[in-house]
Design a protein around this ligand. Sequence first.
Ligand code: HEC
Length: 127
Amino acid sequence: MKVLPLILGAAVLAVTGSAVAGAQTAGDPAKGKTVYARCAACHDLNTGATRLGPSMKGIVGRKAGSVAGFNYSPAMKAKAVTWNAQALDQYLAAPAKFIPGNRMPFAGLPNPQDRADLIAYLKQAAK
Ligand code: HEC
């Protein structure tokens, strides 16, 4: 019987295709926690402590460049953006492109699903 493998193949294609097509993919906070491991050396999550970068405490809904006492780049301070899911997604995809001249030494997260998972985690955990 040759039909079954064909049907299975089509189903796999359909699933992968829809994951790629969905621009606003739903994030999985549990997976986002793993992605956050790449940020944790420089960003405290929720105590407010400064590392190389500012704390992520309350990041979702916070104005860019607004942690008092943190020595931001002029570019970050001048960026009139509030860190909602969309702005975080754009920044984390390509930090130097979204805010030219910002000083975050991080190339970005090219995978949209990684970003969606990470943002879901930040919403939940960076309080
Ligand atoms: C090697 C250190 C480093 C890594 C790794 C890093 N960052 Fe940063 N991040 C910084 C620094 C430094 C700044 C401040 C940049 C500036 O002032 O231009 C910053 C700024 C930010 C800001 C803006 C904060 C604000 O208060 O406006 C966000 C959001 C952010 N980082 C998120 C992340 C996330 C999420 C990750 C992981 C995917 C990450 N960063 C990885 C160092 C880092």
